[in-house]
Design a protein around this ligand. Structure first.
Ligand SMILES: [Zn+2]
Length: 164
């Protein structure tokens, strides 16, 4: 059967652009870890969560460091701790606020808590945690925590208030 190598097997629709960041639409060869993206895309999570994780792995979320790289802002500091550059890894895993969320979630994973793990390794560990649990209400909890960290970060910036 003829296949077009430029079209991925399971192309998600790109999320609606909400920033001026260049969009990494998956209609071209995907940027970032394609294997991990495909694994995430095959999970039984809501579409909004898949889109979010896709953008996270594509490094296309409007984090401060991405905005600075695109000359949209000068300030690339984390608004929560004000001591580190706001990268994806910082927001979701390394910021003291994020660390506290992971600690209290009861999810114990050496890769997720290891600062020298890459973002991709941590997301993959989240996926493994999700798939290994037998408790249906715990499935995909790590992904929902990532989503919640992103939402609360946005609310704290755009509404100028801390969400705990
Ligand atoms: Zn921080």
């Amino acid at each position: 059967m003829w296949t077009d190598p430029w079209i991925p097997d399971h192309p998600p629709r790109p999320p609606r652009a909400r920033t001026h960041l260049p969009s990494n639409t998956p209609t071209t060869p995907t940027h970032g870890p394609a294997v991990l993206k495909n694994k995430v895309w095959k999970t039984k999570t809501p579409a909004k969560l898949k889109h979010f994780l896709w953008r996270l792995l594509s490094r296309s979320l409007a984090t401060a460091n991405n905005l600075k790289r695109c000359h949209i802002t000068q300030n690339d500091q984390c608004r929560r701790c004000c001591s580190e550059v706001e990268t994806e890894d910082h927001i979701f895993f390394e910021c003291p606020y994020a660390k506290r969320i992971w600690r209290t979630s009861g999810i114990s994973n050496l890769i997720i808590s290891n600062p020298s793990s890459t973002l991709e390794e941590k997301i993959d560990a989240c996926l493994q945690c999700s798939l290994s649990t037998r408790l249906s209400h715990m499935q995909y909890l790590p992904f929902w925590l990532l989503w919640r960290l992103w939402k609360s970060r946005n609310m704290s910036i755009f509404q100028q208030k801390e969400i705990h």
